[in-house]
Design a protein around this ligand. Structure first.
Ligand code: COA
Ligand code: ZN
Length: 321
């Protein structure tokens, strides 16, 4: 059995909260992030420095970033769409900026209100500025495995965008399945090609569970040698500018599966489950996590309807026919 070290990156307070109708109070965000900091994640995507008109749910990014208690060993990253966002992020002393653009032209225009080339030109300027600091640079390529408006995305096109950013000296790239269109064989082929061509890049896979394939896609990525995954507490998540987008792969379900298979995720599953249990109260609705409802595989139950003599109670079985 493998004992391979994997790196889990929590995105609920960014990818999750950006999509929530109810504004999560700044104090509550800080409290949750501080709790997550103790769960063993490699990285936490705290918030995004986007236009407050585009993403009102994260309009308190500065306050959150300034006031969380940062724990040694955890990388605190933030999503940044443009130069203005990068300046705001740098003023908060982030460890990493996560720049974003889409591989598909339509999604880039819907999400960022500019063409891909305009995005690239802006992000090139951002990279120029950030490289003068010690802050790391990751680039998230949205819709890398399918676009809800354009359909299939050619693998070659994804690799070309990766090349353009690798040439600018970024530290990592995240391949995002923004609306859960990826399937395992596609993921395996893309990950193998990306790893072979960009061995020096820190590569992250970012799956959404829109069509129930996120865990299957994770296994395909693992087999292709990927060791770094974004995941979202409770399975929250979704892009407000991608039709039909829903939650990310659920952190507790991902960690549960990986631990059973003998991987070392670094993440404390019990602590993650207790944090996830707080979400419905925070956001005002139930969360997609099945593990939160079902419990871990070996969280055993007492016998249902046991009678004093230890036999199952007949009544329970005789009713419902
Ligand atoms: N932070 C704060 N404000 C910003 C900003 C940033 N990073 N970028 C732009 N703005 C403000 C501008 O100052 C301007 O404000 P004003 O109307 O008060 O003058 C307004 O937003 C519009 O600016 P403009 O440059 O015309 O941008 P836009 O309206 O074309 O929006 C983006 C472009 C990228 C800023 C915006 O679409 C955005 O933030 N998108 C985020 C998408 C996202 O996070 N999606 C989910 C994750 S994938
Ligand atoms: Zn996402």
């Amino acid at each position: 059995m493998s004992n391979k070290r994997l790196y889990i990156q929590e995105v609920a307070t960014r990818d999750g909260f950006q999509n929530e109708a109810r504004f999560v109070d700044t104090e509550a965000k800080i409290e949750l992030i501080d709790r997550l900091s103790a769960c063993g994640y490699a990285k936490i995507e705290v918030t995004s420095f986007t236009s407050p008109k585009a993403i009102p749910a994260l309009r308190d990014a500065e306050a959150v970033m300034h006031r969380i208690a940062r724990r040694e060993g955890v990388v605190y990253t933030v999503l940044v769409p443009n130069l203005r966002g990068a300046e705001r992020a740098l003023s908060c002393g982030v460890d990493e900026v996560n720049l974003v653009m889409s591989v598909s032209e339509s999604h880039n225009r819907a999400n960022l209100r500019m063409s891909r080339e305009q995005s690239f030109a802006q992000l090139r300027d951002v990279i120029g500025v950030v490289k003068q600091t010690k802050v790391a640079i990751n680039v998230s390529l949205s819709t890398a495995m399918g676009c809800p408006m354009e359909g299939d995305i050619e693998q070659a096109e994804v690799l070309d965008w990766m090349q353009r950013f690798a040439d600018l000296g970024v530290h990592g790239v995240t391949l995002c399945d923004t609306t859960g269109m990826a399937y395992p064989s596609q993921v395996g082929a893309l990950c193998a090609a990306a790893r072979e061509r960009f061995a020096a890049l820190e590569l992250t896979l970012h799956f959404h569970n829109t069509r129930g394939m996120a865990l299957a896609n994770t296994l395909a990525a693992l087999q292709a040698g990927i060791d770094r995954f974004d995941a979202s507490l409770g399975g929250l998540g979704g892009c407000p500018y991608a039709p039909g987008a829903t939650g990310n792969v659920c952190t507790e379900e991902l960690v549960h599966m990986l631990e059973l298979d003998g991987y070392d995720t670094g993440v404390d599953l019990a602590a993650v489950l207790s944090a996830s249990a707080l979400l419905p109260q925070l956001i005002g609705h139930d969360v997609p996590s099945q593990l939160l409802k079902a419990g871990r595989r070996l969280d055993l139950h007492s016998m249902p309807c046991a009678t004093a003599d230890g036999l199952p109670e007949q009544r329970a079985f005789s009713q419902g026919a």
